[in-house]
Design a protein. Structure first.
Length: 115
């Protein structure tokens, strides 16, 4: 559990996926190059096992958490996290086998922050 003050520190921004490719050597990872208007970042998502392809992300806007510590993913660092929901009533931290749904930000300005 986190407090409202903790939650207020999370930075969520609208990003446009400018490039998307399967990460070579991985069966799960898709490498996204995300444009936030003033900068571009590499962000990985491990969802190929759910049937997602790079085309599902390319040239689309989504919500991303952008102030996380970078995480090593094979030979690169993921510089954020894409937001998704799974719609299951599971305990926090557990995920089911249902395909996650990514939070669309179509219609919102690239780089804008969620408050």
């Amino acid at each position: 559990m986190i407090t409202i003050d903790d939650f207020s520190k999370i930075e969520i921004r609208v990003g446009l996926v400018a490039e998307a490719v399967n990460k070579e050597g991985s069966e799960k990872l898709i490498r996204l190059m995300v444009d936030f208007g003033t900068e571009k970042r590499v962000i990985f998502t491990g969802v190929r096992n759910y049937g997602y392809t790079p085309e599902d992300f390319l040239n689309k806007k989504f919500l991303f958490v952008t102030n996380l510590e970078y995480r090593r993913m094979m030979d690169e660092e993921s510089q954020g996290m894409i937001l998704a929901v799974d719609g299951l009533e599971l305990p926090f931290g557990e995920h089911g086998n249902v395909k996650p749904v990514f939070v669309s930000a179509e219609g919102l300005p690239v780089g804008s922050k969620v408050r």
